[in-house]
Design a protein around this ligand. Structure first.
Ligand code: ATP
Ligand code: MN
Length: 564
């Protein structure tokens, strides 16, 4: 027994009852300023309990107690996002207001919303949050370059959402938190509560909306955590070019340990940005969102958001081992007794994910930036038609063409028996998140590539030897060998290239540790007529998709596309 007068600094359940210890108002280090800020923002501070940058352990405890979360066998928190297990692009809106309206690329990607409706929804979100016992606040940064970062505040009702943004934003030091001040951008996440479909401008019970004048985002009717991270991305896609003339990128980035050469990997969802940027021979700058500034490349985020479908320790050890205490597994099925996640189980969704702080990847470069301009730019595509070569070299015009076209494909659903892949053209490899007209980003990329003489490669991580149903996905080890050959300089130095018909791409005839026969799709198919048919079909799809740029784009770029 401790001597009398002894006071443990630890809290024992014995003193507090079985519920354990939770910090509350009295222990909120920001109590005074929170009272003022949140009262002014419309929060009922007499009723709600604020958790402001709460410790990870506490977010675990409350997510388990109140939200049905469990701890996985490796210590990650397994959470569920409810009905929505992916983004809702059709419900994403931007407020039409005078400070930003002339800059924005209005249309189906950036749907107009009037200011009044935004205010109705904002109030609805705050009203909902006021009905909760606990409201979580997380303050963090977006952008690793201190000159260009923004301060983001997330206000939400689920511990899971707070922990997600704790992992995905850049975590402030205690001093930075102390001096945080007013945020530059605020996310009100009331995702458990629906939008009112009868509100003018709403088309469903989901609405994800950004107001650049108020610098606020409101989320109703979806609990998919990825909406918040992509909301921050939209803000950077707007602010960085408009305010600083920087190019925001939907890409991953890594850097050579000795040569310090930077590589960007562009690509749509599922093409391999996260998988291929986690490379034991190189340092990871980031897996999804970057900015190419005037002085180099910096990551926007403080964490990674990896797909976990079919994840294995053998093929992707860095990601597998990042799934531990503090990480969030989203919508992953687990064994009820052992709590071992089953990454092959797609009962809830194919889009199972893990969000972890970037320092959980052993060779993360911290701070996540480089003061070099990129040496290599890799455009990733997952071509389920099996037409595009596993690697080809692009001219500057071809680079602009493929960047604007933004091609990848989805594999067909298994249940309907249809084997036809679904092509996706998403301009700038980023259509759902870009805010300005695509030409704006494309011109900046071309100018930067010209100024820095960056090499550009198109890498197909999709099908080889036939289309989906006949061929198979390019083995990850071959794609990794291709990436290694880009980094070693082998491909840039080689003069052994042949021209790929119709698309006019340069294909290397040899790549170390890759079988020659897969490099040329015609050879890999072993069925000339079948290959020719798919080649022309895909070229036709590119033509159709590129039509929207025909009036705006330099003729040289037009001509760099496939010719039929
Ligand atoms: P998002 O934008 O949604 O985060 P992403 O581009 O980061 O998508 P990844 O998370 O890297 O995509 O997903 C690629 C998936 O494809 C992984 O599950 C990976 O295991 C699998 N895969 C299979 N073969 C390959 C290959 N040859 N190259 C890259 N990835 C492959
Ligand atoms: Mn990713």
């Amino acid at each position: 027994m401790p001597a009398s007068g002894y006071r443990s600094t630890y809290v024992t359940p014995h003193i507090l009852g079985a519920g354990g210890h939770f910090y509350d108002e009295a222990e909120n280090p920001f109590l005074g300023r929170d009272l003022e800020y949140f009262s002014k923002a419309g929060f009922d501070m007499e009723k709600i309990h604020l958790r402001h940058n709460a410790p990870v352990s506490q977010l675990y405890e409350e997510a388990i107690r109140n939200e049905g979360a469990v701890i996985s066998s490796s210590g990650a928190l397994i959470n569920f996002s409810g009905k929505k297990t992916g983004r809702s692009p059709k419900d994403k809106r931007i407020v039409y207001e005078e400070t930003s309206r002339d800059n924005i690329w209005w249309g189906p990607v950036n749907i107009k919303l009037d200011e009044h409706t935004f205010e109705i929804n904002r109030e609805r979100a705050i009203d909902y949050l006021n009905t909760r016992e606990f409201v979580y606040v997380f303050d963090g940064f977006a952008g690793w370059d201190p000159k260009y970062r923004i301060k983001v505040r997330v206000i939400c009702a689920r511990a899971y959402h707070a922990l997600f943004m704790n992992n995905m934003l850049i975590r402030p030091t205690p001093e930075e938190l102390e001096n945080f001040g007013e945020p530059d951008f605020v996310i009100y996440n009331a995702g458990q509560f629906p939008a009112n479909r009868l509100t003018y401008g709403m088309t469903s019970t989901t609405s994800v909306e950004i107001n650049f004048k108020r610098m606020e985002m409101v989320i109703l009717g979806t609990e998919y955590a990825g909406e918040m991270k992509k909301g921050v991305f939209s803000v950077m896609h707007y602010l960085q070019p408009v305010k600083f003339g920087h190019l925001s990128l939907h890409s991953s980035a890594n850097v050579g340990k000795e040569k310090e050469d930077v590589t960007l990997f562009f690509g749509l969802s599922g093409t391999g940005k996260t998988t291929l940027s986690a490379d034991p021979h190189r340092d990871l700058i980031g897996d999804d969102e970057h900015v190419w500034s005037d002085t180099g490349v910096f990551n926007i985020e403080g964490g990674c958001y990896a797909k976990t479908i079919d994840l294995s320790a053998e093929k992707e050890p860095e990601i597998f081992n990042a799934i531990r205490f503090g990480s969030i597994l989203e919508n992953v099925v687990y064994h009820p007794l052992s709590r071992v996640p089953d990454y092959n189980d797609v009962t809830i969704t194919e889009n199972t994910r893990c969000a972890y702080p970037i320092e959980y990847i052993p060779n993360a470069r911290i701070p996540c930036l480089s003061e070099r301009h990129p040496t290599n730019i890799i455009m990733l595509t997952c071509d389920a038609f099996g037409v595009l070569p596993p690697v080809s070299k692009l001219s500057p015009e071809q680079a602009s063409y493929h960047f604007l076209a933004g091609y990848t494909s989805k594999t067909p659903g298994t249940e309907d028996g249809v084997l036809e892949p679904v092509p996706t053209f998403s301009t700038c490899y980023s259509a759902p998140f870009i805010v300005l007209h695509p030409n704006h980003y494309a011109t900046m990329l071309a100018d930067r590539m010209k100024a820095t003489n960056a090499h550009c490669w198109l890498v197909n991580t999709g099908w080889v030897g036939g289309k989906y149903g006949r061929g198979s996905r390019c083995p990850l080890k071959h794609t990794r060998a291709i990436i290694d050959a880009i980094h070693s300089g082998e491909l840039a130095q080689s003069t052994d290239y042949t021209t790929f018909p119709v698309f006019g791409l340069q294909i290397p005839t040899k790549v170390s540790r890759v079988p020659d026969e897969i490099l040329d799709p015609r050879r890999a198919w072993n069925n000339d007529a079948g290959f020719e048919k798919e080649l022309r079909k895909l070229a036709g799809m590119f033509h159709k998709a590129f039509k929207m740029f025909e009036t705006n784009v330099d003729e040289k770029i037009m001509l760099a596309g496939p010719t039929l």
